[in-house]
Design a binder for this molecule. Sequence first.
Ligand code: 6GU
Length: 226
Amino acid sequence: MRIDVISIFPDYLAPLDLSLPGRAQRAGLLEVVVHDLRDWTHDRHRTVDDTPYGGGAGMVMRPEPWGEALDAVCRDDSIVVVPTPSGIPFTQRHAESLSAASHLVYCCGRYEGIDQRVIDEANDRWTVRELSLGDFVLNGGEVAALAMTEAIVRLIPGFMGNPESLAEESHTAEGLLEYPVYTKPASWRGREVPEVLLSGHHGQIAAWRREEALRRTRERRPDLAP
Ligand code: 6GU
C-alpha cells in the first residue's frame, strides 16, 4: 500500500515513521510520503486560505493548491480520504475496507475546511471518503489521519503477528465491546482475578467473557447492544 498525506503541517505526520506504520514501512508493506500543501502555491506568501464567500468566522482553504496537489499525487487507483468532523463516522468497517486499497491520499484541512469544489472534483475523478473520528472537533485533519492510518495499517494482510487478536477485539464482526482482561499476579492489592478464569474450564470461560462483553456493551454503548 502507498499512502500520500497532504498537509500544511507535514511535521505533524512524523509519527507515521514510528510504531506500527514505521514497522510496516520497514517491512516493505507500506510506503508513506508526506507533502507540504504550500509546495503547490505560487505567490510570495504561499497562501492557502481566504475568507469564506457568504461571510462567517474563520478561513477556508483555497481550491488552487489542493487541485494542483491532487493532480500531482493521485493515480487511477487512488482513494482520497478527507478527515473532517462533517464526515461519515469512521468505523472498523472503513478500516477493513481501506486496508485493501492500493493507494490512499489524505487531504488534511485546517481552518474551517477546504473549498467544496476540491472535494466535488476529486469525487468526479477518484473515490472520495469524507470521514470523521467522532462528535468532537480537532483543529485539523492531521491527528485524524494518524489515527485512521494506525487502524488501517494493522489490518494489512501479513502484518500483525497474531491474526487471532484481530478477530477477537472490540468492534469486529460480533459488534460487542471487549470483555475485561487480567494477567498475573492472581491477587493484587487485595483484588482477585475472577475465579472462573483460573478454572481451566474453557466453556465456562467463554460464557463468562461473552456475558461481561454484553454487560459492558449495554452499559457503555447501548447503541451497539443486541
Ligand atoms: Cl476527521 N477532523 C477534524 N478536524 N476534527 C475531527 C475529526 C476529523 N473527527 C472528529 N473531529
